[in-house]
Design a protein around this ligand. Structure first.
Ligand code: DGY
Length: 323
């Protein structure tokens, strides 16, 4: 008998077919995110769960006595209650590597969009406001030869550093838990304390995973340390930033602008202050959203799922749950 699995998020048909070769598949058919109550029912008989983002905690695991693995279709796994999973010997997997360059591309897009005010000035042209080309109101700031500070130099941070250094001749600083001497040497980037990085950077990019230690890593004090000409970019997780402190920093012009792909609450409310700020570029959490990368992520997650429910050790068990 094939092991039962539940697919809580839409996935490409070819990926579903691959899973169905090995497993009995049930899936969520609704257009919106599966409601928690439905998910609790759906996991009762299954050995594997394929999902993204929903909280995997003791309550859910207690509803799933046969569960062996939760396979996330994302690199982030802050939705895992690691202690609850460890206590019940449930594997948790993610999709590293396949999205690094795609997310790094988007971060460069956010840097360019905020610095050169691309969405704002696109709207300016479309509104018929364009009269003269040399008008100061169209000025932005240079990206090339400016200083970029990357907080969190994992694989994605490294891919951003490479683009910044080789493509834009930027001066790159990084702040990371552990030093990355090889990357320093190969790319010519420099480590910095968080305070120095904030004080010196023209662009501050936050790329840390969300953990208890990085929750609200950027708050009022950190924004105060940034230059008033600097731009803040977040493509990690919304909760790494105290959003109220960021709103205040933008309102009081403590910083020049922000490029955001993630928020404390997603989707953000239609009356959110960011939506009225021309100096803020707001994207709907699309870091990895290209057709190819999303397919690769779904394939990786499906492989993790199938291996775990058929008795093999999948390659992408998150490090905290490796035994
Ligand atoms: C991830 O995979 O964690 C990304 O946030 C998706 O865009």
């Amino acid at each position: 008998m094939k092991p039962k699995v539940f697919v809580a998020r839409p996935i490409p048909i070819e990926v579903e077919q691959y899973i169905a070769e090995h497993c009995e598949v049930e899936k969520w058919l609704g257009e919106d995110t599966i409601p928690r109550a439905e998910l609790l029912k759906a996991v009762q008989q299954v050995e594997g769960l394929l999902t993204t983002g929903g909280r995997i905690d003791g309550e859910l695991l207690d509803h799933a006595p046969h569960l062996k693995v939760v396979s996330n279709i994302s690199v982030g796994y802050n939705n895992f209650d690691l202690e609850a999973m460890k206590a019940r010997k449930i594997l948790g997997t993610n999709t590293p590597y396949v999205l690094d360059n795609t997310v790094a591309d988007l971060v460069m897009g956010l840097i360019l969009s905020t610095a050169r005010r691309i969405p704002e000035l696109d709207q300016y042209v479309k509104n018929g406001q364009w009269r003269r080309g040399d008008d100061e109101v169209l000025f932005g700031v240079d990206v090339h030869h400016s200083t970029l500070g990357i907080i969190g130099l994992g694989r994605i941070g490294e891919a951003i550093a490479r683009r910044a250094k080789l493509g834009f001749d930027m001066n790159v600083l990084y702040h990371n838990r552990s030093p990355k001497t090889e990357v320093e040497q190969s790319l010519g980037i420099r480590p910095a304390s968080l305070d120095d990085l904030l004080a010196q950077s023209d662009f501050v990019v936050l790329m840390t995973p969300l953990t208890p230690e990085t929750t609200h890593l950027m708050g009022r004090e950190e924004f105060e340390k940034m230059k008033d000409t600097a731009i803040f970019i977040n493509a990690s997780r919304g909760k790494t930033v105290d959003e109220q402190a960021l709103i205040e920093a933008l309102e009081t012009k403590q910083i020049r602008g922000a490029g955001l792909d993630v928020y404390e609450r997603e989707p953000i409310a239609s009356d959110h202050p960011f939506l009225k700020m021309p100096q803020v570029v707001t994207l709907p959490h699309i870091g990895s959203s290209t057709a190819k990368t999303r397919l690769d992520m779904a394939k990786t997650a499906a492989k993790n799922l199938v291996m775990a429910v058929t008795g093999e050790v999948p390659p992408n068990v998150v490090k905290e749950l490796l035994t």
